[in-house]
Design a protein around this ligand. Structure first.
Ligand SMILES: [Zn+2]
Length: 223
């Protein structure tokens, strides 16, 4: 069941975020990890650039990589919820959707993560899924800008150019730190990391501010 309702909801929210994130404020978010190779490299880069991000993690992967999760916490990044195992959920009925959301939350709790926000894989929602997310006390969180960094044919220079073009006023950027089991191409995060390093330097040189998830919340940018 493809949900037109979910698609409309997502686009409305993205449009809202785009308006909120004007004034040259940028928040970086990373979906689909933690990854056994790339998330540690990404954390190295963020540390070097002194940028804090929000990670929308896949709960089963978080359970497999507790040391990476611990490092995210120690280094001051925010961790939120991006489903149990990143499957497509169109076929789930109300009970199964509720169970699916709760299973992932239990895995995150076992890692000491209390998620408040949920970003659905591919931004896709059905009314059952929407209801289950709300019932679990989670807020939905989309993005204002992507850069097709998950594609096999995206070069680092193309990803960087897309980011620069699409955050000319600022933005809530969604990138991907895993190429495993999520729809992203194998090796794609290596090109994302190349692009990101140059992107942060370029934006900083022009006076843009990289804000934290908590600052975005405080400034009312997420709602
Ligand atoms: Zn995803």
């Amino acid at each position: 069941m493809f949900s037109i309702w979910g698609l409309i909801y997502k686009e409305l929210k993205k449009h809202r975020l785009k308006k909120n994130f004007r004034s040259r404020q940028i928040l970086l978010s990373f979906d689909d990890g933690p990854d056994s190779i790339y998330t540690s490299r990404l954390l190295d880069l963020l540390k070097q650039k002194e940028v804090k991000a929000v990670f929308f993690v896949v709960a089963e992967k978080a359970a497999r990589h507790p040391s990476v999760i611990a490092r995210m916490k120690i280094e001051g990044h925010r961790i939120e919820y991006h489903s149990s195992d990143h499957r497509k959920i169109f076929y789930l009925g109300p009970k199964a959707a509720k169970k699916y959301i709760e299973n992932g939350l239990h895995l995150l709790h076992a890692q000491g993560i209390s998620a408040s926000y949920f970003r659905p894989p591919w931004g896709m929602l059905t009314p059952f899924y929407f209801h289950a997310v709300k019932k679990a006390g989670l807020k939905l969180c989309f993005w204002s800008c992507m850069a097709q960094d998950w594609r096999a044919r995206s070069k680092a220079t193309e990803i960087k150019d897309r980011l620069l073009r699409r955050t000319i006023d600022g933005g809530f950027v969604c990138l991907h730190d895993s190429g495993e089991d999520t729809g992203g191409a194998p090796g794609a995060p290596a090109r994302m990391l190349d692009a990101l390093s140059g992107y942060i330097d370029s934006r900083r040189a022009c006076g843009y501010e990289f804000i934290t998830f908590e600052e975005a919340e405080e400034r009312g940018l997420l709602s």
